[in-house]
Ligand binder design. Structure first.
Ligand code: ADP
Ligand code: ZN
Length: 633
């Protein structure tokens, strides 16, 4: 295409640098930087490369948006944001427009005319932030456009979002990310900032190597999310347990429920809907249009529960997700932490709740064993699974373990199930030895292996058909474990499998096999300590106090009667604006911003100054509307 010859639109380079703090106040309306944001922003504004590791909700976007704005104002031109989140680009760009920033995206949802229009504006250097998917970045057409910008000194910055997609160690691996090395090789002088919420050392090393970020400064934040309460319960009737959890603690709240399979997603969504919960399914088997519709409803409506496979969630920036539930265990702690991290981005109380059982252990082990990957890879995967299993089995602080996994030391948190209701621990060594020797004996006697149910029946002295059929009532351990409940034995088996002292043969009807690790337990050299199986953990947990009736938002809990009324009116007004602009409500103003306005009861525009979340553009666009809404009280 023809490249326009005049580039008057971009401002002349200013020698006077604009303080990043000024942009934070003026454009975003925030009073101060959070955590390491300021250091990161200053480093990148000055042209440095950076790798940013920050938990979800930590505030990564500002780390590249403010440098992009600062560098555009200083005459350096366009910043390119590489992101795999095509379905979210519209809202991300919309949020920037609301703040008065010139942003655009290039992806497959645009038609030819729209694409050309964006390209033209980009080439004129008018756009401050251009969002593009990695596959787009790697096309000759796009690269030649970048060449043109570069030649004229109008290529300000590359931001590589969700940088862990470059690593094969997560479930978000995108091969196109590997080709992003072209950015460094072709445009060596242009600063790059890579960002991710994945914290483990292996992935981090992979990002550095794959994106050639050896020289980049690394900014590693604390990964703690103190407002998230971690709870892991023993799986019984998972869907019923979930239903009870939602009804007790999260009535009317937005949440995400993760399930392993598409079928299960459909079933659970149906069960929740039947129970009167506003639930929608999301998985890769659904039509793209349906997926987009469900995602839009989750983002735009209030109180939707999304039941989903892990295909859902990356980049979802909805701030008021009040819970994330796992009905099936994820593959590893990275996955668990990233998924649970989608709760409570607004900093208000939120829950991460998971059910976990023997079948999860068996399934996850089988998926690794049956995967076509090489043995080295499988070994890494098994190690990661083991770490998650020991988190699930733990009777001490979950958070200490989670953070410990990411290399952070901490003290018991007071905000996880184990801290709130310390579980009873019992010595399962004797039960473990009896189980293992039963497995050994029946194998010796019958020449074949058996599954968990059968082995437990023998130990508990139940003369079932199958027991009689194989003559197993004559095994010497028959009936010597009557003092143990089935739940206890199940717990012991789970932990033996979790620690590798017992294996499950998926090729042979999930039968139990002794391993090298069994011997130490049999000999009594290894102690097996277990969480007492709690009959109904949900009932033992103190109920969290819900915010005042009619104000499900924690942000508004502290308001008085008139304040609540003002808040409700502001929310209704916001819903209309959001609908008109085809954006989620939180992009217009967060609940917390509306709550501050409601509290202040503003009469003039000056009264609105300094409220967090009201930048100059929003003040100009919405200030008088907000005053009008408030004046009714
Ligand atoms: P991440 O991408 O790290 O998950 P976001 O960039 O989406 O997080 O930020 C999370 C939320 O915190 C957003 O709603 C954002 O507006 C808000 N936020 C970020 N930085 C600040 C700040 N300095 N002050 C106030 N709010 C902030
Ligand atoms: Zn704790």
């Amino acid at each position: 295409m023809a490249i326009p010859l005049s580039f008057q639109a971009s401002p002349a380079p200013t020698s006077q640098a604009i303080a990043p703090e000024q942009i934070l106040h003026e454009v975003f309306g925030y009073p101060q930087f959070r955590g390491p944001q300021q250091a990161i922003v200053e480093h990148v504004v000055a042209g440095g490369d950076a790798l940013v590791l920050m938990p979800t909700g930590g505030g990564k976007s500002l780390c590249y948006q403010i440098p992009a704005i600062a560098r555009q104002r200083a005459g350096h031109g366009v910043s390119i944001v590489v992101s795999p989140l095509i379905a979210l680009m519209h809202d991300q760009v919309g949020a920037l427009h609301e703040a008065g920033v010139d942003a655009a995206f290039l992806n497959s949802t645009l038609d030819w005319d729209e694409t050309q229009d964006v390209e033209r504006r980009m080439l004129r250097g008018e756009i401050t932030l251009l969002y593009a998917a990695p596959e787009r970045v790697n096309t000759p057409r796009f690269l030649s456009q970048l060449d043109s910008l570069r030649e004229r000194g109008k290529l300000a910055l590359f931001a590589i979002d969700e940088a862990h997609c470059v690593s094969q160690w997560g479930h978000d691996f995108r091969p196109e990310y590997r080709a992003l090395t072209v950015l460094h090789e072709r445009y060596p002088g242009v600063p790059r900032i890579a960002l991710t919420a994945t914290a483990d050392a292996l992935t981090r090393a992979d990002i550095v190597e794959r994106l050639q970020l050896e020289e980049a400064r690394q900014f590693v934040s604390s990964f703690d999310r103190p407002n998230i309460r971690y709870t892991i319960v023993e799986k019984k009737e998972a869907t019923t347990q979930l239903l009870r959890f939602i009804e007790r603690e999260h009535e009317g709240d937005a949440g995400v429920v993760y399930c392993q399979s598409r079928k299960r997603v459909e079933d659970v969504a149906q069960t929740l809907s039947d129970a009167g919960i506003n639930a929608l399914p999301y998985h890769a088997g659904l039509d793209a249009a349906v997926r987009q519709k469900h995602q839009d409803r989750f983002l735009r409506d209030e109180g939707i529960v999304m039941v989903a496979t892990i295909a859902f969630g990356m980049g979802i920036d909805k701030p008021d997700v009040r819970f994330v539930a796992h009905l099936d265990m994820p593959k590893n702690i990275e996955g668990y932490y990233q998924e649970t991290g989608r709760a409570g981005r607004d900093g208000a109380a939120a829950d991460a709740w998971m059910t976990y059982g023997l079948q999860d252990v068996v399934n996850q082990r089988r998926m690794i064993d049956e995967s076509p990957a090489g043995e080295d890879f499988k070994q890494v995967m098994r190690g990661k699974l083991d770490a998650l299993l020991s988190l699930a089995e733990a009777s001490d602080c979950r958070r200490v373990r989670l953070l410990g996994y990411f290399g952070e030391k901490s003290v018991p948190c007071g905000n996880c199930d184990n801290c709130i209701t310390p579980p009873q621990v019992w010595d399962g060594t004797d039960a473990a030895r009896k189980l293992l020797s039963t497995i050994y004996r029946v194998q010796q006697q019958s020449g074949i292996s058996f599954g968990a149910g059968h082995v437990m029946d023998i130990l508990r002295g139940k003369a079932t058909e199958k027991v009689k059929q194989f003559g197993h009532e004559r095994v010497s351990t028959f009936g010597i474990g009557t003092e143990f409940s089935e739940a206890q034995l199940r717990g012991v088996l789970r932990q033996l499998i979790a620690t590798g002292a017992l294996a499950v043969d998926a090729q042979a009807f999930n039968t139990l096999q002794l391993t090298d690790g069994s011997r130490a337990v049999l000999k009594g050299e290894t102690q097996v300590m277990l969480r007492e199986s709690i009959s109904s953990p949900a009932e033992r947990k103190p109920r969290r106090e819900k915010a005042a009736r009619g104000a499900p938002s924690p942000a508004a809990a502290a308001l008085d009667g008139t304040g609540q009324a003002r808040f409700a009116a502001l929310k209704a007004w916001r819903a209309e604006v959001a609908k008109e602009h085809n954006l989620p409500a939180y992009v217009i103003f967060h609940d917390a911003t509306l709550a501050s306005i409601a509290e202040r009861a503003p009469a003039t525009l000056e009264d609105l100054q300094g409220i967090s979340g009201i930048g100059s553009k929003k003040l100009e666009a919405y200030g008088s509307d907000v005053l009008r809404v408030c004046s009714a009280f």
